[in-house]
Design a binder for this molecule. Structure first.
Ligand code: MIC
Ligand code: SF4
Length: 766
């Protein structure tokens, strides 16, 4: 492993051009080696991966099989995940981070009245956490972006991403930077800690899904509709373990920020990341964001920043799967409720809403989030607003707008776009995640009220935005969202039917148009960047032992060398069990730096097969009593009873939050056994020393009963590719033996034995 750097990497508010140059210098040789080894042309993703491999001559190349070590160019963390990541980093005993890293304050700002007041309140209520993040960043050589500077993925796109780069980020929507031709992968904090400590990023070589774009985006169809359509085709697990690469002539009609929307929401299909090639659109965006020097460098190696021509000519030969999308035929879409892959063209929404009994009145419309808050997005939304204003119409549904970054906010304000939206009744919120992550103080409904909301966000899992599982959340583009806000009705097809004002005025909206980039250039607004201290050793990081929001971490115990015997089944999830079910956000974001306190939310959103009437509750295997799952886990823990949790398909879908893995670990889980896992969550469990097992035969899920005791045996012989035997002891004395499989490499098994990956890092440092 790398020695502790005495001088850390340069951390600035943008990527230094020398870093781009030194990476590009590696490309020609690395690409040539991969071509020689594989004996064929390469896709763009393959070029980025090989250029970042630890050793191009020996790195594993077999997709979906080999594990490989990569050296990302940077690490980005947002405030809700950075706390746990940095609490772990602090225990590693390093002086500074080894790779350029930044922290972005965006998740903890609650939307309540409007931008300025909400930001002030956030700075006040989160002072302890912001102070912690600021001082840890200063100490360890990490750049700090203050609250109000914007959502992590927008800031990364505007400042740091560049063509051919590779980065990791502690947030599942990190792939947003794929819009700027960056391989950007969402990870848990423990993965970020490894890279910041100078270790490589180890992951399985991704499979490759190609999306061939033809035609041109036009009319109401927006970039968002491309990914909504792809989500409908691939479903929420269809991208698992794969990079989705977009190519073909249609890409040229999609702006860099539109591409970022598409790549961002690739998280919703489970993709490792998504990627667009470098071209004029990318160069234009780089220039508009004051990075023309980077564009000039990229031009010089442009052939390496896209697929080889043979791949474009015959994609079926080189991708594991190819999807064709003709943009000329794309309609605006709406997805939901409850899952981002329930996809319908707008023309079908009316009938579906009536048939399914969705409430037809829309209670709120929300524009923004990291996926859709660019200059172009707001411009298209504002064009719809201008048409309504000219006809004297206002929104029938309250409309909230969250700009993605301070730069976008300042620019849309200067260019009058905010005013357009405000003139039809919109409220502008702080540059932050806000309602997207449940930081939304909503007073118009009671818990349990069934109601419909429409947003331009990316996730719509139950209870995500407002903590109310009965809210039906639908997702479309920003312009679609504004059009729905104007009619206030889910059964209004705004493409074909006119809006009708209170006085009978009719307005058939024209399809929106807007500039992709501001004609007068971006107004950078107030800079929110704080550089790290020159000498971090002088900076003290204080964690108050009585704090309810921050807690120093104790290492998890190492494996004791014995098989697991007599484990209880804490719960068996039925259907979707996302990270929002395992460890919800919203009010719980408060405790993201305090493992003991946040563990009180463990599984409170889960639908447990043994107690289906009350989500979040479980049955005590000892006496059959029903209680909240966090209480049951705490009682088992107190009694020294270890347990397993059982999951269905795509278990752990959604967020990168490692709390969803650390909490079970802390509360006594030894294994999570599922029909299938989402990628980041499975990696997080392995990092924290929990066995992540998959039923070899998915039907074995049915065998597990409420009062079973479970043994997991043969653990001394745990080996890559070798099934693990699970013995199920039913209370009637019957015993069943089943096989489970896992994706653990030698290294992952080492983590399991040591108790966690962090324990291995600590041991190597000492
Ligand atoms: C999300 O969109 O779910 C989040 C909140 O951004 C998460 C990160 C978190 O839970 O802090 C993500 O996507 O990884
Ligand atoms: Fe923030 Fe929402 Fe984006 Fe997650 S999806 S980073 S919560 S805006």
């Amino acid at each position: 492993m790398a020695e502790t750097p005495s001088i850390g990497p340069r951390v600035e508010p943008t990527t230094p051009v020398e870093l781009v140059e030194s990476l590009y210098a590696r490309y020609p040789a690395a690409v040539a080696i991969a071509k020689r080894r594989l004996g064929r042309p390469l896709t763009f993703a393959e070029k980025v991966l090989i250029a970042h491999s630890d050793d191009p001559e020996t790195v594993g190349l077999e997709r979906g099989v080999d594990y490989a070590d990569y050296r990302p160019d940077r690490v980005a963390m947002q405030d809700a995940t950075a706390q746990m990541a940095l609490l772990q980093f602090m225990t590693a005993g390093l002086a500074r981070v080894a790779v350029p890293s930044t922290v972005h304050c965006d998740h903890l700002i609650q939307a309540r009245v409007g931008a300025d007041a909400d930001l002030e309140t956030a700075i006040d209520t989160n002072a302890e956490v912001y102070d912690f993040l600021r001082s840890v960043s200063a100490k360890y050589g990490i750049g700090f972006w203050k609250p109000g500077s914007g959502i992590i993925h927008q800031v990364v796109l505007e400042q740091y991403a560049f063509p051919g780069a590779m980065m990791i980020g502690t947030d599942s929507h990190t792939p947003n930077a794929g819009g700027l031709a960056t391989v950007a992968i969402g990870v848990g904090g423990a993965d970020a800690v490894d890279v910041m400590a100078g270790w490589p990023f180890n992951t399985r070589v991704p499979e490759l899904i190609g999306v061939h774009l033809t035609g041109n985006l036009s009319g109401w169809a927006a970039a968002k509709d491309v990914i909504l359509k792809v989500a409908g085709i691939l479903t929420v697990k269809g991208g698992t373990g794969a990079i989705v690469e977009y190519f073909g002539p249609g890409a040229a009609s999609i702006s860099a920020t539109g591409r970022a929307t598409i790549c961002n929401m690739g998280a919703e299909i489970g993709a490792t990341c998504s990627l667009f090639p470098y071209d004029e659109q990318t160069a234009r965006y780089l220039t508009a964001t004051r990075r023309d020097a980077t564009a000039a460098l990229a031009d010089r190696i442009a052939e390496h920043l896209r697929c080889d021509p043979e791949v474009v000519a015959d994609p079926e030969r080189y991708f594991d799967r190819v999807i064709d999308i003709d943009l000329d035929e794309l309609e605006p879409h709406l997805v939901g409720p409850h899952t981002p892959d329930l996809d319908r063209p707008i023309s079908d929404v009316k009938q579906a809403a009536i048939e399914e009994g969705y409430p037809l009145d829309i209670s709120y419309a929300l524009v923004g989030s990291c996926t859709n808050s660019s200059y172009e997005d707001i411009g298209r939304a504002a064009h719809v607003a201008r048409q309504a204003k000219a006809a004297g119409l206002k929104v029938r549904t309250p409309l909230l707008i969250t700009p993605g970054s301070e730069q976008v906010r300042a620019t849309i304000e200067r260019d009058g776009l905010l005013e357009d939206l405000e003139s039809i009744g919109a409220t502008v919120l702080a540059n932050a995640c806000g309602p997207c992550i449940g930081q939304w103080k909503r007073d118009d409904i009671d818990k349990g009220d069934v109601n419909t909301i429409v947003s331009s966000f990316n996730r719509n899992f139950p209870a995500r935005n407002d903590g109310n599982a009965a809210t039906l959340s639908f997702i479309g583009s920003p312009e679609t969202t504004v059009a729905f806000a104007l009619s206030g009705r889910l059964d209004h097809d705004f493409v074909r039917e006119p809006l009708v004002g209170d006085d009978g005025t009719e307005l058939l909206l024209e399809a929106p148009t807007a500039d992709q980039l501001p004609a007068q250039g971006f107004d950078p607004g107030k800079s929110g960047f704080v550089p790290p201290a020159d000498d971090g050793s002088k900076v003290d990081v204080v964690v108050d032992p009585d704090s309810e929001r921050l807690e120093l971490l104790e290492p998890f115990p190492a494996w004791d060398g014995n098989d697991y015997r007599g484990l209880r089944v804490l719960m068996k999830a039925v259907g979707k069990c996302t990270t929002d079910h395992i460890s919800p956000a919203g009010p719980w974001l408060r405790f993201r730096g305090h493992l003991t306190n946040i563990s009180r939310n463990l599984f409170i959103g889960a639908n447990n097969a043994f107690a289906l009437d009350t989500p979040g509750s479980g049955v005590d295997g000892r006496d059959g009593s029903v209680k909240p799952l966090p209480d049951l886990a705490a009682e088992y823990k107190k009694a020294g009873i270890a347990w397993v949790a059982i999951g269905d398909e795509n278990y752990g879908e959604g967020s990168s939050r490692e709390h969803a893995a650390m909490e079970p670990r802390y509360m006594g889980a030894r294994a999570i056994i599922v029909r299938s896992f989402a990628r980041i969550h499975e990696a997080n469990l392995k990092k924290q020393g929990v066995l992540a097992l998959t039923f070899k035969s998915p039907d074995d899920y049915e065998r597990v009963r409420v009062d079973d005791e479970i043994d997991i045996v043969g653990l001394v012989d745990l080996a890559p590719g070798k099934p693990v035997t699970v013995v199920i002891r039913h209370s009637n004395g019957q015993v069943e033996q089943i096989e489970t499989v896992h994706t653990m490499s030698e290294e992952h098994i080492h983590w399991f034995r040591a108790g966690s990956a962090l324990n291995v890092l600590r041991a190597e440092r000492s």
